[in-house]
Every structure is written in structure tokens, then in C-alpha cells.
Design a protein around this ligand. Structure first.
Ligand SMILES: Nc1ncnc2c1ncn2[C@@H]1O[C@H](COP(=O)(O)OP(=O)(O)O)[C@@H](O)[C@H]1O
Ligand SMILES: [Mg+2]
Length: 263
């Protein structure tokens, strides 16, 4: 550390990334610079293959940084940091553990007191509308219910930095709104810094303080849109608000610049 790092909870300066594919080098990120404030909810949108998941993998220390600067809470990323949590499009629950036991497993190291853990787990499952399903196994739950367990588990860690990669990508429109509202409620309580990757522009607008639009590969940032909708929000209620639809339309035109006009 030089003591000259810029302010911001998550800082990227000129991050460049290339993957080796056969004998070729595929440039995926082309000088990404971005500062995310403490407790900000930021979404990353852009055409498929533009490097969104790679950005999260770099932030999580799952893919080593090749060039540029990347700081999470003032430190370089590392896999398995207890102050970071990640959620994927497919729930990745442990199939041999119940909903309850999946969360219990996640927080056992953070909270040693079993009675207190019990309180936390039951409250979280209630938050995502799963009271009464504590003892169901993932295989007995719908995809939407499994994602709710995964959401509860992600927030159970009370991590300072939360990374969500298309967490509702596999859900139908109605279920998605319900889960978005549950995510908003969980987040409004802890106010962690969130980076959400989404290809659903309505979702990005409904949830975020800022939406970052990336260009097609090699990914660059081509727009950084502030979403000044009041909080607390409800994704469901926003659907009827004119301001929401205006921001959505504006975001669409930014994204159209990223992918080019429809052919
Ligand atoms: N481990 C890897 N090895 C080689 N190429 C990869 C690897 N991971 C991703 N890529 C390539 O990098 C590009 C960006 O991938 P990704 O970050 O997953 O994009 P997005 O999440 O925006 O759809 C894609 O062309 C993908 O094929
Ligand atoms: Mg992806």
C-alpha cells in the first residue's frame, strides 16, 4: 500500500484481462476503471460474453488479476475472504442438507452459539417467505424457493461485500419480482456493498443506485447511470411508476449503443 489509494469500497483502475483460448489470447476486459462507494448497490449490465462474470471472478479472487489495480475494502481480492459473499444463477445449495442446515453450515464459523444461530436462520427464512420449509431438502423445493434459500444464506454471512451473478436469471417474471423485493429488504437492513450482474435491465434499475453499462467484448464501461428512485423500494410497486419506465428506456438506449442497432 502506498497510502495513495483512491477512496471507495471497491476500486478498479485500468483492469485488463485476457484469457488463453487454444493458442490465442482473448482480450475480455479492456481497461476497466470503476469506483463503488461504501454500501452502494451497483449493477453491471452488458451483452453476453462482455466479461461481467470475469469482473466478479476478479473481485472474488477466483481469477488472478493480470493488469491494473483492484481493491476490495482497501485490500487486493482473495478467494474465501469472510467479508465477501457470492451468489450464482443456480443456487449451489448442498443437496444433502435441508434449507435450515444449508444456512447453518454457512454461519457456523461466524456464530458459535447454536441458539443464536437458530434465531438468525429462522428470521432469515421468514424474510424470504420460507417459514415452515426449514426441514425441506433442496430437491423438494422449486427453483424459486431454492434461490430464496441461497439468498438468505448469502445475507446470513453479513459480509461487507456481496456479489450476485444473475441470481434470478433462471426464474419466471412473477417469481423474479418477489425475490427482488426480498433481496431489497435483506439489503436495506445490512447495507452491504453489492455488485449485481444482470442481463435484465428492469431488474438493474429496480434494485440499484447505479447501473454500469459495458460494451461488447473486450468489455469497457460505456455508461454509468445513477438511479435516483427513492428507497425503500419495491420492485413490484415500481412497475407502475413512470420514473421507473423512463430510466428503463434510457438504459435500453445506452445498451443499444453497446451492442449496436438490432439487425
Ligand atoms: N476460464 C476461461 N477460459 C477462457 N475463456 C474464458 C474463461 N472464462 C470466460 N472466458 C471467455 O471470456 C469472455 C467473457 O466471459 P464472461 O465473463 O463469462 O462474460 P459474461 O458474464 O459477460 O457473459 C467469453 O468470451 C468467455 O468465453
Ligand atoms: Mg456471466
Amino acid at each position: 500500500m502506498t497510502g495513495r489509494e483512491p477512496d471507495g469500497d471497491i476500486v478498479l483502475i485500468d483492469v485488463v484481462h485476457a484469457f488463453r483460448q487454444q493458442a490465442q489470447s482473448l482480450r475480455v476486459l479492456d481497461g476497466l476503471s470503476l469506483t463503488i462507494g461504501d454500501g452502494e448497490f451497483v449493477s453491471l449490465v452488458g451483452p453476453s460474453g462482455c466479461g461481467k462474470t470475469t469482473v466478479l471472478d476478479l473481485m472474488n479472487g477466483l481469477v488472478p488479476l493480470q493488469r491494473g489495480t483492484l481493491l476490495i475494502g482497501g485490500r487486493p481480492p482473495a478467494a474465501g475472504r469472510p467479508d465477501t459473499a457470492r451468489m450464482f444463477a443456480r443456487d449451489a445449495l448442498l443437496p444433502w442438507r435441508t434449507a435450515y442446515a444449508n444456512i447453518d453450515f454457512a454461519i457456523a464459523t461466524r456464530e458459535r452459539d447454536a441458539a443464536r444461530r437458530d434465531g438468525i436462520i429462522r428470521a432469515l427464512l421468514a424474510d424470504v417467505g420460507l417459514s415452515g420449509f426449514e426441514h425441506a431438502y433442496p430437491g423438494q423445493l422449486s427453483q424459486g424457493m431454492r434461490q430464496r434459500v441461497a439468498l438468505a444464506r448469502t445475507f446470513s454471512l453479513e459480509s461487507k461485500h456481496i456479489f450476485l451473478d444473475e441470481p434470478f436469471g433462471a426464474l419466471d417474471a412473477q417469481t423474479k419480482l418477489v425475490l427482488q423485493d426480498q433481496l431489497l429488504r435483506l439489503w436495506e437492513r445490512v447495507r452491504s456493498t453489492v455488485v449485481l450482474v444482470s442481463h435484465d435491465l428492469a431488474e438493474a434499475v429496480a434494485l440499484s443506485d447505479r447501473v454500469i453499462v459495458m460494451s461488447a467484448r473486450p468489455g469497457r464501461i460505456i455508461a454509468d447511470m445513477r438511479i435516483d428512485l427513492p428507497r425503500p423500494r419495491s420492485a413490484t410497486r415500481l412497475q407502475a411508476m413512470r420514473e421507473f419506465h423512463e430510466l428503463y428506456a434510457q438504459l435500453w438506449s445506452e445498451l443499444e449503443r453497446a451492442v449496436g442497432p438490432p439487425s
